[in-house]
Design a protein around this ligand. Structure first.
Ligand code: SF4
Length: 295
């Protein structure tokens, strides 16, 4: 870690974003939105001063899922669509560390879509970042669950036919307590959203709009910019009805914290209570227990 300042003549070690990055050079295409997500995440870790050994970044498969390789934290580039259950396992094995699950829209909402509702309602203290590029990039441009309607892709040569999944609405419906949306075109805001998501006690969901310039085209940044806008300054993320209105508005991509519920009990807390209850019950002798199962 880099030593940059002293307090009362005592050197204080402050990390820098580069300390959270590995020596591996990303192989993402020039201009890919994933660079911004990587930088914003490294900046968030820096600002929060989380020791690298207390961080685990778990991904699935896809361009964006290469993320752990480019970080110097603990990490696991796992199986397609399986970032969430593995992240949960990591968190249960060591609840004291900060666990980030990440991946693309296809990895999270198609291949691994079945895990999302259960991860949300379990509410473990994990931050899930979906790097939404609205296409399958690694496998050369097939339609993904968030590809906009009527888009030309390598598998929809007459235009995509399924309406895109509404991520914010989806996780809101299952009761997520922290939902945010950011854009690779605004690293500063993305960093703040990552920090808030990490600090949230429970499952936090962040949709990071991350353009695939190769398969969605060079105009993707401008296309997203044209429809995205910051949530109004007087917007109250604690208002569930307002959050639904924002989530249902698919004409605009509102950026910021869409929903925040500070009253949900995290899974770790419920588990601790359950453990205490179980341990407080008298344990029957084995013979007595076995007798209950005899015909
Ligand atoms: Fe990024 Fe698309 Fe290239 Fe993959 S194919 S690295 S998502 S620009």
């Amino acid at each position: 870690m880099t030593t940059t300042e002293t307090i009362n003549d005592t050197p204080i070690e402050r990390p820098k974003p580069k300390d959270y990055k590995s020596d591996l050079k990303p192989v993402w295409c020039p201009g890919c939105g994933n660079y911004a997500v990587l930088n914003a995440l490294a900046q968030a870790f820096t600002d929060l001063e989380i020791p690298r050994e207390n961080l685990a970044v778990i991904t699935g498969i896809g361009c964006s899922s290469r993320l752990p390789g480019y970080l110097s934290t603990y990490g696991f580039n796992s199986l397609h669509g399986r970032a969430l259950p593995i992240a949960l396992g990591v968190k249960l094995a060591n609840p004291s560390i900060t666990v980030i699950a990440a991946g693309g829209d296809g990895d999270g909402f198609s291949i691994g879509g079945g895990h999302v509702p259960h991860a949300v309602r379990r509410n473990a203290d994990i931050t899930y970042i979906v790097m939404d590029n609205r296409i399958y990039g690694l496998t050369k441009g097939q339609m993904s669950p968030t590809t906009p309607l009527d888009s030309y892709t390598s598998t929809t040569t007459y235009g995509s036919y399924d309406p895109p999944v509404n991520m914010a609405g989806y996780v809101l419906a299952y009761g997520a307590g922290f939902i945010a949306r950011g854009f690779a075109g605004n690293i500063k805001q993305l960093t703040e959203l990552f920090k808030q998501g990490i600090l949230y006690r429970g499952f936090s969901f962040i949709q990071a709009l991350s353009p695939c310039v190769t398969y969605r085209g060079q105009g993707e940044y401008a296309a997203i910019k044209a429809v995205s806008k910051d949530l109004p300054p007087d917007y109250d993320p604690g208002n569930l009805r307002a959050a639904w209105e924002i989530a249902e508005n698919t004409d605009s991509e509102y950026l910021g914290v869409i929903y925040l519920n500070k009253n949900l009990v995290p899974y770790e807390e419920r588990l601790a209570r359950m453990r205490a209850t179980a341990l407080s019950r008298p344990v029957k002798p084995l013979d007595e227990l076995m007798d209950e199962f005899k015909p």
